[in-house]
Design a protein around this ligand. Structure first.
Ligand SMILES: Nc1ncnc2c1ncn2[C@@H]1O[C@H](COP(=O)(O)OP(=O)(O)OP(=O)(O)O)[C@@H](O)[C@H]1O
Ligand SMILES: O=P(O)(O)OC[C@@]1(O)O[C@H](CO)[C@@H](O)[C@@H]1O
Length: 304
């Protein structure tokens, strides 16, 4: 079973606009609330590619109720810890370019955190835990790291999609895969990445630190998969971007879900690329038919 963990989920309020008038009124006739947060997006794709999963995390208030209602409608199994504060709303403005305002998130109380940690006690070596997204401000900065001794002790695998120190300190616990985008990769080492060689060097450092596989995603430019033996380039699909929110989560879901079924990293990378593009080319997170339609466009070439 795959468990996705979204400790700071959101209702994504996606506003489509012809033109965004900064400092003035803009009017939109296309606004929608979507259940969001990185791990929840992973769960949505896993459902589409028929991989059994359960969404874990914290939800609260009327926003949390709406989020769970949407997941139930999509038949996504969830087992959230209910909190007294409100699940956040993140605003995504899609005009000529895409702008996002992500709220910091709710207050989570110690007994709610303890209730969440109890969920980990039933993990087994058959399970994979996907830890995704930012931490709500009241959670300790090393929250993901705090979860890992139990996850590892139970023999479960894990993948992680977060940034900065919170990501770096999980790597010695040997994640199955990490997926920084190229900007996040540069930020991890506090450098500007100006060549492919530099990118590979940074990814190799993450392998040396403990990651089993590193995917570096590069939006419309595709991505790279760096394993202990090889470097692969993913040739992207071509299409019109409608809403790229969740493309990275979709890619991670495609990889982890396919890996669970096949143990084949190249096929997993290919499906991941198709899921990422399919989500970028649609308003919500992609559905199976869209992923299947894009899959034949994806190529993978071996660089080393
Ligand atoms: N415009 C696009 N055209 C083709 N493929 C895309 C496009 N955008 C995303 N993808 C696919 O999805 C993958 C993940 O996208 P991206 O690199 O934007 O992740 P991200 O920065 O983590 O995204 P986000 O934070 O918005 O979820 C890319 O590696 C690529 O395979
Ligand atoms: O604030 P975080 O947790 O870093 O990111 C949250 C978020 O931007 O990530 C998803 C897209 O990846 C959205 O559904 C959601 O709003």
């Amino acid at each position: 079973m795959i468990y996705t963990v979204t400790v700071n989920p959101a209702l994504d309020y996606v506003i489509q606009l012809e033109k965004f008038n900064n400092g003035d009124i803009s009017r939109s006739n296309n606004c929608n609330f979507f259940a969001g947060g990185k791990g929840i997006n992973v769960s949505q794709i896993l459902n589409q590619i028929n991989v059994e999963n359960t969404a874990w995390g914290f939800v609260g208030g009327f926003t949390g109720k709406e989020l769970v209602r949407q997941l139930n409608t999509k038949r996504i199994v969830s087992d959230f810890v209910k909190i007294s504060d409100l699940t956040r709303v993140n605003v995504k403005i899609h005009a000529k370019s895409e702008s996002e305002i992500n709220a910091s998130g709710p207050k989570i109380f110690p007994k709610e955190i303890e209730a969440f940690k109890m969920r980990l006690e039933d993990l087994t070596s058959e399970d994979i835990v996907v830890l995704s997204g930012s931490l709500a401000p009241s959670l300790p900065a090393d929250f993901y790291k705090q979860l890992l001794p139990t996850i590892v002790e139970k023999g479960a695998s894990f993948a992680v999609d977060t940034t900065g120190k919170a990501l770096l300190e999980t790597i010695p616990y040997k994640p199955l895969v990490i997926k920084p985008n190229h900007h996040e990769l540069a930020d991890l080492f506090d450098i500007k990445i100006e060549s492919k060689e530099q990118l590979f060097e940074c990814a190799k450092k993450l392998l040396d630190m403990g990651a089993q596989n590193v995917i570096v995603s590069m939006a419309s430019e595709g991505g790279y998969l760096i394993t202990s033996d090889h470097i692969y380039h993913g040739i992207p699909a071509v299409g019109k971007v409608v809403n790229s929110v969740g493309a990275g989560d979709s890619m991670l879901a495609g990889f982890v879900g396919t890996y669970t079924m096949t143990k084949d990293v190249i096929e997993s990378f290919k499906v991941g690329m198709a899921c990422g593009a399919a989500t970028a080319f649609t308003e919500d997170i992609a559905i199976k038919e869209q992923i299947d339609a894009i899959y034949p466009q994806i190529g993978v070439e071996t660089i080393i």
